[in-house]
Design a protein around this ligand. Structure first.
Ligand SMILES: [Zn+2]
Length: 101
């Protein structure tokens, strides 16, 4: 759909702006992320997995390894543990995709 294509482009642009501003203006950076998520919800556009994992769902802070996030690997459980250094929220993602076969 045409509108969802526009929405997707706007989300991508907002996340790019958020990346550009997160050092100089973290507050504005977070508001760009917030806006990108609002557009996604409003137009029912799903963010890509990569986009979703690029920010904190709780405080909208971009998660940059060693800058705004702490990344750890749990090799036993095959998990990546990402901690948001802004609000302390923790995310766990499997880093090995299981095969369906
Ligand atoms: Zn956070």
């Amino acid at each position: 759909m045409f509108r969802s294509r526009i929405a997707r482009e706007r989300i991508e642009r907002l996340l790019t702006l958020a990346r550009e501003e997160f050092k100089t203006n973290p507050e504005r950076s977070r508001s760009y992320v917030e806006l990108a998520r609002k557009i996604g919800m409003r137009y029912n556009v799903r963010l890509t997995k990569k986009q979703k994992r690029s920010f904190c769902k709780k405080c909208n802070q971009l998660l940059m390894p060693d800058e705004t996030s702490q990344v750890q690997r749990d090799s036993k459980k095959k998990l990546i543990i990402i901690k948001c250094l802004n609000c302390g929220n923790i995310y766990r993602y499997p880093y090995k995709v299981k095969s369906c076969h």
